[in-house]
Design a protein around this ligand. Structure first.
Ligand code: TNX
Length: 511
């Protein structure tokens, strides 16, 4: 009963060693190997907040009834004889619980599986976990969620709450869309007006806000502790009205426009082929790269309807080279595939439909020809801001909406762009745009349960070549696992949409 579905989960329920594990008050967490202690501390914090238990952590071999976390080469699950970087094994038996992994990330994902196996109502005296054996590793290295903090701003505390919720689903990248027409959300020391002016408001005149560099570093560190890499996006040369309103010299006509709080796209552009703009790009990329330990920096490049094709191509090539000079791998929305001379290894993010329209397929493949790879975010199934049902008050419907749980679950990343298979797909990402999403509770309700569907597509086994996608994605079976997961969401206060495909747990009532 785990989401994403593990590669192998055997219930030991019918065998002789079927007795469940009982977490006694004297149980300890035994750690071995570099990084095991940090994972154990997170497990203890989770057991404390989920179940009111705080086992001691010991650096000695496990005794009967302990939870062991062992990190060492060869401890991961073996596929084709190699340790998988994020894989883990988990055994739950009467004698104890044992998580084995070759890396701390693997052990952390093992802990997330264990959390889901612990009954959500674990606050009582006896905590029992059914006996199982799990052998698990991800399909893709990149499993992402995106939060648009530019249209509506979300505080660091709110983003942390989302980080906790996505970690449970083994999502390992959080893409923050930091800049757009409606707001600039990351402080840049060398261009302070970007946040003073450009960060002062948001969509529909909502509260503005921005992250100081210290806050941003702290957010990145919080995510990193949970084995989640933050991917910062500075969207350019379009989607830049907030920057243009802050500095007149970035504008093609040299005049700063008013701040923008509407929901149109495609109307703004930086002045390209210009020394001031070039200095701006170098400065913002340098400062954000310095704040980012992760390998990626996203440059946007979508919907540049006010930039000529030639200016767009030259601008994206030059900006992507600046990212590479700063030691980061550039990511761009798939339109950036129009540019020649991109740095080798640049990553494209595909956001057209599951049936590619126009040149979207060709533009995605351009990144592969350049030695890079592609993140799949097909908007008709993976966009979390699309309405669940016709008439929903929150969300948009332009991407072939509504998008039901079934739509979000029954598709495969390797069956979208002909010629783009798993060898060149870095992973999947579900973006949440926030033109109409005004609070973190609303954001969660748009994200869950559909993000769980995309997380499973990113982690769990692929359908065999000749099999239909449904062979590994049975909505009815997924719905049963979601109903269990929702008990954990309820316990954590995570909001989710009670879509009709799932028999959700009874809402908690006042007694
Ligand atoms: C398209 S997808 C956009 C965003 C909007 C979103 C709304 C993409 C790369 N750009 O600017 O917020 O649609 O669904």
């Amino acid at each position: 009963m785990v989401v994403p579905r593990p590669v192998r989960l055997e219930s030991s329920g019918d065998s002789s060693d079927s007795a469940p594990f009982i977490l006694s008050p004297s149980a300890r967490i035994s750690v071995a190997g570099a990084g095991a202690d940090a994972v154990a501390r997170l497990l203890r914090a989770e057991l404390a907040s989920d179940c009111g238990r705080e086992p001691v952590i010991v650096d000695e071999p496990p005794a009967f009834g302990d939870i062991a976390i062992v990190i060492a080469p060869g401890e991961g699950p073996h596929e084709d004889g190699s340790d998988s970087a994020e894989g883990y094994t988990l055994e739950v038996a009467a004698e104890g619980v044992r998580i084995g992994a070759a890396t701390p990330a693997g052990a952390f994902w093992g802990v997330q599986t264990l959390r889901q196996l612990v009954p959500a109502s674990c606050g009582g005296d006896v905590l029992t976990i059914e006996a199982v054996r799990v052998h698990d590793h991800p399909r893709y290295a990149y499993r992402g969620a995106m939060l648009d903090v530019a249209r509506h701003f979300f505080t660091p505390a709110e983003v942390k709450r989302l980080i906790d919720a996505i970690a449970l689903l083994k999502v390992n990248h959080l893409h923050l869309h930091l800049t757009d027409d409606q707001g600039w959300r990351i402080h840049i020391e060398s261009w302070p007006e970007l946040t003073r002016v450009g960060g002062s408001t948001g969509s529909d005149g909502s509260r503005g806000g921005f992250y100081t560099q210290a806050e941003f570093r702290e957010l990145v560190a919080y995510a990193a502790e949970r084995h989640i890499t933050v991917v910062p996006e500075l969207d350019m040369p379009g989607h830049t009205n907030a920057a243009l309103a802050s500095y007149p010299e970035l504008n093609p006509d040299g005049v700063a426009p008013a701040l923008y709080t509407g929901a149109n796209v495609g109307f703004s552009t930086l002045q390209t082929a210009d020394a001031t703009t070039e200095r701006f790009v170098r400065d913002v990329v340098r400062e954000v790269a310095a704040l980012t330990p992760g390998p990626y920096l996203h440059l946007g490049g979508d919907e540049c309807l006010s930039t000529t094709e030639a200016d767009f191509a030259r601008f994206m090539r030059d900006a992507a080279r600046v990212v590479a000079e700063n030691g980061k791998i550039a990511i761009g929305w798939h339109e950036v595939g129009k540019a020649d001379g991109l740095p080798a290894g640049m990553v494209g993010q595909y956001w057209d439909f599951t049936t590619p329209r126009g040149r979207a397929d060709e533009l995605a493949l351009a990144f592969v020809r350049g030695g890079g790879s592609v993140i799949m975010s097909p908007s008709d199934v993976a966009y979390l801001d699309i309405v669940y049902e016709e008439g929903d008050p929150i969300g948009q419907d332009w991407a072939d909406g509504p998008t039901s749980l079934r739509d979000a679950y029954v598709w495969d990343p390797a069956r979208i762009v002909p010629g783009l298979g798993d060898a060149h797909i870095l992973g999947v990402e579900a973006p949440l745009w926030t033109e109409t999403v005004t609070s973190i509770e609303e954001a969660e309700e748009m994200a869950f349960p559909r993000l769980a569907a995309v997380a499973e597509i990113g982690w769990s086994a692929a359908p065999a070549d000749t099999d239909p996608v449904e062979s590994v994605r049975d909505v009815t079976e997924f719905a049963e696992r979601l109903a269990k997961l929702a008990e954990h969401w309820d316990a954590a206060g995570t909001q989710y949409r009670r879509v009709p495909e799932v028999s959700w747990p009874e809402p908690a009532r006042w007694s």
